[in-house]
Design a protein around this ligand. Sequence first.
Ligand SMILES: NC(=O)c1ccc[n+]([C@@H]2O[C@H](COP(=O)([O-])OP(=O)(O)OC[C@H]3O[C@@H](n4cnc5c(N)ncnc54)[C@H](OP(=O)(O)O)[C@@H]3O)[C@@H](O)[C@H]2O)c1
Length: 211
Amino acid sequence: MRVLVAGSHGQVGRHLVRLLSEAGHEARAMIRDDSQAGEMEALGGTPVVADLEGDPSPAAKGCDAIVFTAGGGPGSGAAKKETVDRQGAVKLIDAAGEHGVRRYVMVSAMGADDPESGSEGMRPYLRAKGQADDALRESGLDFTIVRPGRLTDDPATGRVDAAASLGRRGEITREDTARVLLATLTATNTHGKTFEVLDGDTPIDEAVNAL
Ligand SMILES: NC(=O)c1ccc[n+]([C@@H]2O[C@H](COP(=O)([O-])OP(=O)(O)OC[C@H]3O[C@@H](n4cnc5c(N)ncnc54)[C@H](OP(=O)(O)O)[C@@H]3O)[C@@H](O)[C@H]2O)c1
């Protein structure tokens, strides 16, 4: 499977590029700075330079799937939430339609369906994420929306809790999140579904296949 990873140079993205490569997939690693190409190649990815705030559509040509794990980042203001987190994701939804890419896996966030419940600082981010998710649901693509809790850099455990609604908030490691994305990509049972995921007790493949 040839997978476009938007946000490949990010913390989850780097894990995902390596995991895709180890699993025998081709990770087309979207970077916006050519100097990051060597790092992507060292992880087993094939770099492609594209900017979500420009026209990223050509990067999707010839791919079987897209994973959106990009973001303006916690230090960015409301403007970046709009141009990267929402518009960037929507540009790749449109690109998927244009290039016949059927599969799209979105890294969303817990709380994206109820932005007003977040803190004032989080609301623009959660709104942007929620609107991007809505656009994906309406796209007609084979989509899955993955909503992790707070991301940590702890070592992976390989075990998670995943469900449409977990009824609690919590954390998950970035590497486990990437492992969930890898499992989700080929799990046809997750097509058309939105699910939350946190650190937990169930082996990742088992948790994803049970959704
Ligand atoms: N932090 C949390 O607790 C949390 C919780 C739930 C969900 N999430 C979501 O999880 C995902 C991954 O998080 P993370 O911590 O791995 O994020 P991250 O390390 O901040 O990585 C984000 C990536 O997006 C890229 N990016 C930003 N603007 C771009 C643009 N205009 N064009 C192309 N790429 C661009 C960045 O590129 P550069 O490397 O060039 O800067 C970076 O590689 C994000 O979607 C985030 O919103 C985060």
